[in-house]
Design a protein around this ligand. Structure first.
Ligand code: 13P
Length: 288
């Protein structure tokens, strides 16, 4: 099956009261792990690619070719969207020309008027090619220059303005943070989430920083209209931890344990297992 945009899978998720997982690619093992997880659980999936990953994995065209090639090779029949995560205008343009089926233009650091104008231009270009668009307003908290901030809070009126650009889903800060949450984190602001929801019609909301958010908060955010949840850090930790255990146990010194394929197999398995757990939590299992 060919990769698809995220529009229909997000519409179905909203209608069905569940969320689609966005899982960030970091290497070849993650491509394989996520596609196997999606196919085995009959789950729709969004594969996210940051600017850093694009550079590491040989650019957008290489990644699009790798993902579609793996889908064909593994016989994937569930809907898969290949999505730019927090893209600049240049990155979004490159990805659209390289076979990506979905993009996020992140204009959240711009003045709202400029964010809206640029998002609208991306929507026109993307929709003409059948590509879905995510936009962001208000910023997502996280680690910057070694300082972790508390999370940011979007202005609901700005959310409504951005929703009118014709985007397919909207990321808005509600106290969520990329990376690890500080011990004194105050949690998601559900009153704000409900306020935003009420102003943007049926548009699916995106919850970034999905790693480490307690299960009950994830469920509640889905019930309040979150249709896409982004997870990266927890999956990276699962991969690295399983790899570390392999070496700590000295398995690289046994038989042919030195081959990179053998050494990275436990990390791939751990990534796949955690991805499936997230799909179960988000309710996307069996929906494709
Ligand atoms: P985490 O790394 O905190 O899971 O966030 C991922 C994300 O939001 C990618 O856009």
């Amino acid at each position: 099956m060919k990769m698809v945009n995220a529009t229909e899978m997000l519409r179905a998720a909203r209608a069905g009261g569940y969320a689609v997982g966005h899982f960030n690619l970091n290497n070849m093992e993650s491509v394989r792990a996520f596609l196997l997880a999606a196919q085995e659980t009959r789950s729709p999936i969004i594969l996210g690619v940051s600017g850093g990953t694009a550079k590491y994995m040989g650019g957008y065209r290489t990644i699009a070719g790798m993902v579609q090639g793996f889908m064909d090779y593994l016989g994937v029949t569930v809907p898969v969207a290949l999505h730019v995560d927090h893209g600049t205008l240049q990155e979004v343009t490159d990805a659209m020309e390289s076979g990506f089926s979905s993009v996020m233009f992140d204009g959240s650091a711009l003045p709202i008027g400029e964010n809206i104008d640029k998002t609208r231009a991306v929507v026109m270009e993307a929709h003409a090619r059948g590509i879905s668009v995510e936009a962001e307003v208000g910023g997502i908290g996280g680690e910057e220059d070694g300082r972790v901030n508390r999370g940011e809070f979007a202005d609901p009126r700005q959310c409504a303005m951005l929703a009118e650009t014709g985007i397919d889903c909207l990321a808005a800060g509600i106290g969520n943070i990329h990376g690890k949450y500080p011990a004194d984190w105050e949690g998601l602001d559900f009153a704000l989430l409900a306020d935003i929801r009420a102003r943007i019609g049926g548009l699916p909301l995106v919850l970034h920083g999905g790693s480490g958010i307690p299960v009950d908060m994830i469920r509640k955010s889905i019930s309040l209209g979150v249709g896409k949840i982004n997870v990266n850090t927890e999956l990276q930790i699962a991969f690295t931890e399983a790899t570390r255990q392999y070496f700590l146990a000295g398995r690289d010194r046994e038989s042919r344990g030195f081959t990179p394929r053998a050494a990275l197999a436990p990390g791939l398995e751990a990534t796949k297992k955690l991805c499936i757990e997230k799909m179960e939590l988000f309710g996307s299992v069996g929906r494709a």
